[in-house]
Design a binder for this molecule. Structure first.
Ligand SMILES: Nc1nc2c(c(=O)[nH]1)N[C@H]1C(S)=C(S)[C@@H](COP(=O)(O)O)O[C@H]1N2
Ligand SMILES: [Mo]
Length: 331
């Protein structure tokens, strides 16, 4: 709807019609696709994604909506995974090792009140209430692929902001080379903490430049709502070019450190899980290939698997971070 004519003679759209750049880019891509004859599928995807951004609250949880991100690589055109699948097929070992355990057990997780402690080599350490973290920067919606080391993947619309915003705010010292994420380990709320599958708490880490990369998302929501417990409520990270286990859930501490953190999976099996854990179809896991994957909800059990992309398809954005690094050694 055009509501008024400006002095320059052009009609100006009302605010709600001002299209964000990401949406605009999507439209341009859509038009290109239509020209190449794959319009049917593309249109269906388009309609679905428009709907996700604006109305649907599939989990009936409190709304956490945000505008589409415009940063390069933040919005994949892949078909979005159904909320039902993304919230019921999870890895969250604190609630059990089967994919169906977290959705069944994670209701015992108490996500409020919640504080995240910032510690280590940083000018402004301290406890940050979740409410303050939520407000620290504008939230964006980003549609990322998440590739699990076990060979499945999903496409999820996350809501959050670049972790870099928080890092800048707390001012790490020059000596800080890595960021360590410590997640909640409370046996009273988490039935499998105490089991011997992993050394609790679940710890993850990133090199400082990885943590500062704009695609690394401090995540509070998905599908326009606050995170379901089983997906890592109330706050997790999502690092889209790495295997899913690098994206720690239900974070309680963020530590700035000089030495490479000892991460949970690396401690459990160093020959299988390195620190970097970049998605890499050319480097096999010792027990299985990483060359292909199955998209949950799309690629049936007997369908041909799809090829896994280098850095999960985020090579144009993150490849530079690893220039000169031997990715076979630093897996
Ligand atoms: N605290 C914690 N974080 C975790 C895990 C876990 O077991 N505990 N599993 C990881 C793994 S292996 C994956 S694939 C992703 C899954 O995230 P999703 O359930 O939102 O898809 O969470 C990661 N974060
Ligand atoms: Mo995973």
């Amino acid at each position: 709807m055009l509501i008024r004519t400006g002095r320059d003679g052009f009609q100006h759209p009302i605010a709600s019609e001002i299209t964000s750049r990401a949406v605009y880019e999507d439209r341009r891509r859509l038009l290109k696709w239509m020209a190449t004859g794959v319009a049917g599928a593309a249109l269906a995807q388009w309609a679905q994604r428009e709907a996700l951004a604006q109305v649907s609250r599939p989990g009936k949880r409190p709304a956490l909506q945000a505008v589409r991100s415009t940063i390069p690589g933040a919005v994949t055109m892949d078909k979005v995974t159904e909320f039902k699948d993304a919230s019921s097929y999870n890895n969250y070992y604190e609630f059990g090792t089967d994919k169906g355990d977290p959705v069944e057990h994670a209701h015992t997780l108490k996500t409020s009140p919640w504080t995240v402690e910032i510690e280590g080599l940083v000018k402004k350490p301290g406890k940050y209430a979740l409410e303050d973290l939520l407000k620290l920067s504008a939230q964006e919606e980003r549609i990322y692929r998440l590739r699990c080391v076990e060979g499945w993947s999903m496409v999820i619309p996350w809501v959050g902001y670049s972790l870099a915003k928080l890092v800048e705010k707390v001012e790490p010292l020059g000596s800080a080379k890595f960021v360590e994420f410590v997640t909640l380990a409370d046996p009273k709320q988490m039935p499998y903490v105490g089991s011997r599958v992993l050394d609790w708490p679940y710890v993850e880490g990133l090199r400082m430049d990885e943590a500062m990369h704009p695609l690394t998302l401090l995540t509070f929501g998905m599908y326009g709502e606050v995170l379901p417990n089983q997906n890592g409520a109330p706050v997790r990270v999502v690092v889209p070019w790495k295997y899913g286990f690098k994206s720690g859930k239900s974070i309680v501490k963020i530590r700035f450190v000089e030495q490479m953190p000892k991460t949970a999976w690396n401690k459990a099996a160093a020959n299988e899980y390195g620190f970097y854990s970049n998605v890499n179809p050319n480097v096999d896991h010792p027990r299985w290939s990483q060359a292909t994957e199955r998209r949950i909800g799309e690629d049936g059990l007997f369908a041909k698997k799809r090829k896994t992309l280098m850095f999960n398809g985020y090579e144009p954005q993150v490849g530079q971070l690893y220039a000169g690094l031997d990715l076979k050694k630093n897996f």
